[in-house]
Design a protein around this ligand. Structure first.
Ligand code: SAM
Length: 259
């Protein structure tokens, strides 16, 4: 362990976590899975706070033995009382870290040459959905995830939902969808049934907000409006479930550009 944090050091570490939560350059990683993926995919992790160093070692040995030395070198031990003050929610595993966010230029992402699809979430509201989308997009090697709307896609709750896989692909928010030569496919329960083999390379796969679906503006711009088939009487799927079903259907159909 790097050091025991006591007294003034403890107070300044608590302050550092509070500042990280309000920063758009840093992100608080909750738990060991998020920390593990962040490190595996190249994150710059600044500090790992833990309550019990022997529990940390046991957890890392079980979940990420490849990272044990790196994590131990970053670890700082906090008394239980101080650990609880690190934020509104602290994981029961007693491990919480600070990492530097990866800045992504959304325009450069859209313009990039990758043939893999980009997932576009129009105004997603729930951080759990957002995180689950990033996680599945990382798993199938999508080119990136873009969001519109007010939610910060790098919110700690979303990064917890992705298990830290925000570091595995570009994730960014864009004010509105810029002009692009990428084919724009709108996923909507009222569309035509999806045929994965007809999804072109470099597609932007657009999904709507949880309550109201895609905006009229996006539907008008779309090159196609596609649906996942559902049993009669079912009105729609959950947002993250829809993204997962579409990405894996492209994968199973062996669409060459789909990761
Ligand atoms: C919870 S749904 C929104 C429900 C909304 N009432 C609607 O009718 O679109 C969130 C998003 O998931 C996607 N989605 C849900 N079910 C779908 C389906 N069967 N086919 C294609 N996309 C779907 C769409 O992108 C939708 O905007």
């Amino acid at each position: 362990m790097a050091s025991d944090a006591l007294g003034r050091d403890t107070a300044s570490l608590v302050k550092r976590f509070h500042a990280a939560r309000g920063s758009d350059e840093l992100v608080v990683l909750q738990g060991v899975h998020a920390l593990k993926h962040a490190l595996r995919f190249g994150a710059s992790v600044e500090v790992v706070a833990c309550e019990d160093p022997s529990e940390l070692t046991q957890l890392v040995q079980a979940l990420a033995p490849d990272l044990i030395e790196r994590i131990e070198a970053l670890a700082v031990v906090l008394p239980a009382e101080a650990f609880k003050r690190l934020g509104p929610y602290v994981p029961h595993t007693g491990v919480v870290s600070i990492a530097r966010r990866v800045a992504t230029d959304p325009l450069a992402l859209i313009a990039c040459a990758s043939r893999a699809p980009i997932v576009l979430l129009e105004d997603p509201r729930h951080f759990g959905n957002l995180g689950a989308v990033v996680r599945v997009a990382a798993a199938v090697e999508a080119a990136g995830v873009l969001t519109t709307g007010r939610q910060d896609p790098w919110d700690p709750v979303a990064v917890r939902g992705s298990a830290g896989l925000h570091f595995a692909l570009p994730v960014a928010r864009v004010e509105s969808l810029p002009d692009t030569d990428r084919p724009l496919l709108a996923f909507d329960p009222e569309g035509e049934e999806l045929r994965p083999e007809h999804v072109p390379p470099r597609a932007l796969l657009a999904f709507g907000t949880e309550r109201d679906g895609l905006s009229d503006g996006l539907l008008e711009r779309a090159d196609a409006r596609l649906r996942l088939p559902m049993r009669e009487g079912v009105s729609s799927l959950n947002l993250a479930t829809s993204v997962a079903a579409v990405l894996y259907s492209l994968r199973f159909a062996r669409v060459a550009h789909a990761g």
